[in-house]
Design a protein around this ligand. Structure first.
Ligand code: 5AD
Length: 468
């Protein structure tokens, strides 16, 4: 009988991409994938440690699986961060595997099945970085695909554990990125989301850098230009997450020149107070952030922006927080993710006193939520009555009778099922109604038919929302 695997994914897009690659590796090793842990022979918990809540989730999920004879694998950032300590704390875990060690997964699972003691593999591939790619089999690719361009992070934002869990920055060659995208497009993919912890710091390891290079300038704009030129069948190109420091004039020019680039950019700002930005070691001021996003808006009509905000960072006063609210209004983010500051091991901010009370953090988060909901509502209302081009991702939910598509500006639009409305099709629709976080539309025409047998994409959240 074929063995069954269940993958549970927490956290960011890099984790989703890693889960997809683990799924490929395990399918190749003969496993079938099932959606729920019940009845699975192997369960992989792909974890997030950016906030403490992610670790708590791991503990409760792992606890639920402890009494059966499933092989339990912990992957992702908590695996990398805790290593051996996880097995000591939870001896029923069979395999702990870091993000750079995924190719070892099938062998480690096999050993566990044969009764080997728990194994821990968390080595960064710093000398010879490996990047796992989408298997671009025609007929089995997604309408939308993640493509990694870099991994790790050389920033030292004082709140952030990622440099510790994902290691130093390593880049793929532009040749490899372009080749992967071309293969995906040939297989039917319409949209590519480029991934990297600071995706726009990309430097091509095969191209020599000028010695007097401005450290903010990267080769990301050139990469975007190459993708546009060498994968002309691609409908849409997006990227996440950019660091504001690398939103340089040349990246702005790329947005002006390349129609394929999405008109929506998600760019974490974290705070609107210069004093707090400095304590966060973000390396820009509020005015610099605003200047850069305004340049982007001037370069390309209709750009919408979303962001990440941390409330209650050590030392954040009510005035600092008010500065954040005023910045959110000033920029007019169409959506945002808000987080309460959560002290993380190995981060510089641990030296600062976590002095904003939980109740105050909660109040600030709710106040942020109110401002952002009003901005989202106002933005979605302006979309009603407009004609939009939708990339159909699949049914609105598994089994739903309506279909969900995404505009170039990243709004979700639900439309009724109709001939030609299938994953991967590009259709024109009129927006007829605004919901809280999405839109409803009426289909007008099919602009590009769906390629044969593209896999539907189900994203977990429709639009960024404030979460506790
Ligand atoms: N506490 C709260 N939020 C955090 N983030 C990163 N580290 C922390 C932390 N220690 C948030 C940032 C980042 C997003 C992915 O998670 O806003 O952009």
């Amino acid at each position: 009988m074929t063995k069954k695997l269940c993958l549970v994914t927490f956290g960011c897009q890099m984790n989703v991409h890693d889960s997809q690659r683990m799924e490929d590796l395990m399918r190749a090793a003969g496993y079938d994938v099932i959606p729920e842990p019940e009845g699975a022979d192997v369960v992989i918990l792909n974890t997030c440690s950016v906030r403490e809540k992610g670790e708590q989730k791991l503990r409760s999920e792992a606890g639920k699986l402890k009494s059966n004879d499933t092989v339990l694998v912990v992957a992702g950032c908590v695996a990398q961060q805790e290593g051996e300590a996880l097995v000591k704390a939870m001896p029923f875990i069979d395999v702990v595997i870091g993000p750079d060690n995924l190719t070892d997964l099938p062998a480690l699972v096999r050993e566990a099945e044969l009764g080997a003691p728990p194994s821990v593999r968390t080595v960064f591939d710093t000398d010879a970085p490996r990047f796992l790619t989408n298997p671009a089999v025609p007929g089995s690719v997604g309408a939308s695909a993640y493509v990694t361009v870099m991994k790790g992070c050389d920033e030292r934002c004082s709140f952030c554990i990622v440099p510790y869990t994902r290691g130093p920055e390593r880049y793929r060659s532009a040749d490899d990125v372009v080749a992967e995208i071309r293969a995906l497009v040939d297989g039917g993919t319409r949209e590519v989301m480029l991934l990297g912890q600071t995706v726009n710091s990309f430097l091509d390891p095969r191209v020599e850098l000028p010695p007097d290079r401005d450290p903010d300038e990267s080769q990301f704009p050139e990469l975007l230009r190459r993708i546009a030129a060498e994968a002309p069948g691609l409908d849409r190109l997006r990227y996440t997450s950019p660091h504001p420091r690398h939103l340089t004039a040349s990246l702005v020019r790329a947005h002006a020149d390349l129609d394929v680039l999405s008109t929506h950019v998600h760019m974490p700002v974290q705070s609107g107070s210069d004093r707090i930005l400095k304590r966060m070691i973000r390396r820009y001021t509020r005015a610099e952030y605003v200047r850069r996003v305004n340049a982007l808006r001037d370069a390309r009509a209709g750009i919408t922006l979303s962001t990440d905000i941390i409330v209650g960072f050590p030392g954040e006063t009510r005035d600092d927080f008010e500065a954040t609210l005023s910045m959110v209004r000033e920029v007019g983010f169409t959506s945002l993710y808000g987080f309460k500051y959560s002290p993380r091991p190995h981060t510089p901010a641990l030296k600062l006193d976590d002095d904003v009370t939980e109740a105050e953090k909660q109040d600030r988060l709710l106040a942020l939520f109110e401002v952002s909901e009003a901005l989202t509502r106002a933005h979605l209302a302006t979309c009603v009555g407009t004609r939009v081009e939708l990339l159909i991702e699949g049914p609105s939910r598994p089994g739903a009778s309506t279909f969900a598509g995404r505009t170039r500006g990243n709004e979700i639009v639900h439309i009724a099922a109709a001939p030609g409305v299938t994953a991967g099709a590009v259709v024109v629709a009129e927006v007829v109604r605004a919901n809280k976080h999405s839109l409803e539309g009426r289909m007008e025409s099919v602009r590009r038919e769906a390629p044969p047998k593209v896999q539907p994409t189900f994203r977990r959240v429709a639009l960024p929302v404030v979460s506790a």
